[in-house]
Ligand binder design. Structure first.
Ligand SMILES: *Cc1c(COP(=O)(O)O)cnc(C)c1O
Length: 439
């Protein structure tokens, strides 16, 4: 590593960041797909290696005792702004920091943090944000484990919640937030859009407007966090629509090869500082190897998501014309003039590649279709290069009550599909032969 003289440290300190960072060229702001190749990494700090090495080390050597003290002041929050050097791998590491720099680029985020899973990201965010007596307002439904975390686990620590349906109007959102304020301090507004498996979008702009109106002039304003796993970071950028923090399961589109588990949170630095401090304490940071794999994945993120999105559009157009198909719940198929179409137009630049296929019939028909698939694999998860299909009623949502399943439109005839980057005609051929197995 090259050394930059810093008299404040009583010596020299290794610096990871290339100075200056190239974010613009001739007044042109460089696009994320360009920045994914080099942003945040200076080869000359690592023997000229084009790619960042995987830094498998649990701890980092200080240049001097004074430098170590200063780094600890940053890590412990004694001095604001976080650590400016590397200390110990539970706090940070070069691969994780490069990953975080690059994650933030996609949404022009001030700051970003990486985690060992999407749920580790969500749990660390919640632990850093809520205290006993608080109320979390959230959109519904949420990813099942997030609902468990908020309802059952935080419930044990005296935190309660109120929810509104994902497609709620500003009036409905306002009524729920006011009801929550009557119960206690609203410490977080937590959204997930589109909702799984209904694909209903949340109007983030409306949530922000309602929040700003209800908390105008107050000091304690609840941040808006949103799980953007299904559409981000390419097709939806919620920071632009009023969210303060965006949460990711990087396991899905960001990782994109179904070979890792990781999470991220990006957004306002002021809000992420306490989350970083919580992560430092409980150790939910991603590991160097996974961070490195994500760096590789981010280089092709736009390519992969674009192709998967194009494939899904073609497959969905084809599927909805088939006699065995009752309906296709795909974001590209909103009724013109509907509220959902309006939210989609304002918030999204693409319809994604994960959708709901409602077959005519029930479990027998759905299972016959799933068992006959030859290219698409029968597995939960989404956002990978390969096409996956699953049965929510019998798998991810098996423990959901029948009443709630009805409310969420999770019937036995529902198949969830995540389209990959295979040849679209091959995928259509696979779905065609599988549909023929329904008798
Ligand atoms: C998968 C997923 C999660 C959880 O992520 P893990 O990486 O599996 O912990 C959270 N939210 C959504 C929307 C997801 O799809």
């Amino acid at each position: 590593m090259s050394n930059i003289e810093d008299p404040a440290l009583g010596g020299t300190t290794p610096r990871r960041r290339p100075k200056p960072e190239i974010l613009e060229l001739d007044g042109r702001r460089l696009r994320p797909s360009t920045l994914m190749m080099g942003h945040g990494y200076d080869p000359m700090l690592s023997e000229g290696a084009l790619k960042p090495p995987i830094f498998l080390t649990s701890t980092f050597v200080f240049e001097s005792a004074a430098a170590g003290k200063r780094h600890f002041e940053g890590v412990t929050g004694k001095r604001p702004g976080g650590a400016d050097g590397l200390v110990y791998s539970r706090f940070n590491g070069p691969d994780q920091e490069i990953l975080e720099d690059r994650l933030g680029i996609w949404e022009d985020a001030e700051d970003a943090l990486s985690f060992s899973s999407g749920m580790a990201a969500i749990a660390t965010l919640l632990l850093a944000t809520v205290r006993p007596g608080d109320v979390i307002v959230h959109s519904a439904p949420l990813y099942a484990a997030t609902e468990t975390l908020i309802g059952r686990i935080l419930g044990k620590f005296g935190v309660s919640w109120l929810d509104f349906p994902a497609g709620a109007t500003p009036e409905e959102i306002s009524a729920v937030i006011e009801a929550a304020r009557a119960k206690g301090r609203v410490s977080l507004i937590y959204l997930e859009s589109p909702a799984n498996p209904t694909n209903a979008l949340v109007d983030v702009e409306a949530v922000r407007d309602v929040r700003d109106r209800l908390f105008a002039g107050e000091e304690d304003v609840p941040p808006i966090a949103i799980d953007n796993t299904f559409l981000g970071p390419l097709w939806s950028k919620p920071l632009r629509h009023g969210a303060d923090l965006v949460v990711y399961s990087l396991t899905k589109y960001a990782g994109g090869h179904s070979d890792l588990v990781a999470g991220g949170v990006v957004g306002a630095k002021k809000l992420l500082d306490p989350v970083r401090a919580m992560r430092n304490t409980i150790g939910t940071i991603t590991d160097p190897n996974t961070a490195w794999m994500l760096l590789r994945s981010l280089e092709t993120l736009e390519l992969r998501m674009t192709r998967a999105g194009e494939n899904a559009a073609r497959v969905c157009e084809w599927l909805r014309a088939q006699p065995q198909v009752e309906r296709v719940g795909y974001l590209g198929f909103h009724e013109d003039g509907s509220r959902q179409a309006d939210i989609f137009r304002r918030h999204c630049t693409g319809a994604g590649s994960t959708f709901s296929l409602y077959l005519k019939g029930g479990e027998t028909e759905a299972f016959a279709f799933l068992d006959a698939l030859k290219i698409a694999k029968l597995a939960v998860s989404l956002g990978g290069t390969e096409t996956l299909a699953s049965h929510p009623a019998g798998m991810t949502h098996l423990s959901v009550s029948d009443e709630r399943k009805r409310a969420l439109d999770i019937g036995d005839n529902l198949v969830r599909i995540s389209i990959g980057i295979e040849d679209p005609d091959d995928l259509i051929a696979d779905f065609a032969q599988a549909l023929r197995h329904i008798v």
